[in-house]
Unconditional design. Structure first.
Length: 223
């Protein structure tokens, strides 16, 4: 379990040291003692912050999942956009230090056990989005909830892999555009607000979930 009190600089130093050792010596051949020594921290400090070797590789995801959970729990007028914003926040974190993200990607790709854990981690994001949508939109068809969550996660991972596999930066706007496409395909891309004195005639795509139609009609009536 990670130690939230550890400073970001210390955590980053330990992660960077671990990834360097994994790349040079191999994941299995690298000990916690070696990581701690390379990072300039004690063995007990390492375990207090991370727990184990594999936890170092996925430490950022634990923090990001917590942050996404807190963000979604705040309540949002547009739940579909809230999910996309959570996805963008995760992407911006890794895009801020693409070199470190690429080193992590190289290590994970070469260790089967880490690849398996990565699959589980991706599913945790998807499940978080799915559960949030079902709670935020009562009556939402579970197929729409899981379908949208899976699409957002898949598109996020596709754009992130472009960043990880190439030397160039891939801006968050690339993901933003792609996620807008997901919302458009599900018929939940927010329309431009109508003027205060206009009469609104609502026309919704047939593919839009009934729960979202109800939410939009309710919002318009209340406005």
């Amino acid at each position: 379990m990670s130690d939230a009190s550890a400073s970001p600089d210390t955590r980053t130093a330990v992660i960077a040291a671990a990834l360097d050792l994994f790349a040079a010596r191999g994941f299995e051949a690298t000990s916690v003692e070696q990581i701690a020594q390379a990072a300039g921290v004690s063995r007990s400090t390492f375990f207090r912050q991370f727990g184990g070797k594999d936890d170092v590789v996925f430490a950022d995801h634990e923090l990001l999942l917590d942050r996404a959970r807190e963000w979604l729990a705040k309540g949002h007028a547009d739940p579909w956009e809230a999910v996309c914003r959570a996805s963008l926040d995760v992407y911006r974190h890794f895009a801020a230090d693409p070199d470190l993200a690429r080193r992590r990607y190289t290590v994970v790709r070469g260790v089967p056990a880490l690849r398996d854990r990565e699959i589980v981690t991706v599913f945790r994001y998807e499940r978080l989005f799915d559960e949030y949508l079902r709670g935020a939109l009562p009556g939402l068809d579970p197929v729409d909830a899981v379908g949208f969550s899976a699409a957002v996660t898949a598109v996020h991972n596709h754009v992130l892999r472009r960043l990880l596999r190439g030397p160039k930066r891939v801006p968050a706007s690339t993901l933003r555009h792609a996620l807008d496409g997901v919302r458009r395909r599900f018929g939940v891309l927010a329309d431009d607000a109508a003027g205060e004195d206009e009469v609104v005639v609502a026309v919704f795509p047939k593919r839009m979930p009934l729960a979202e139609i109800s939410r939009r009609l309710r919002d318009r009536i209340e406005d």
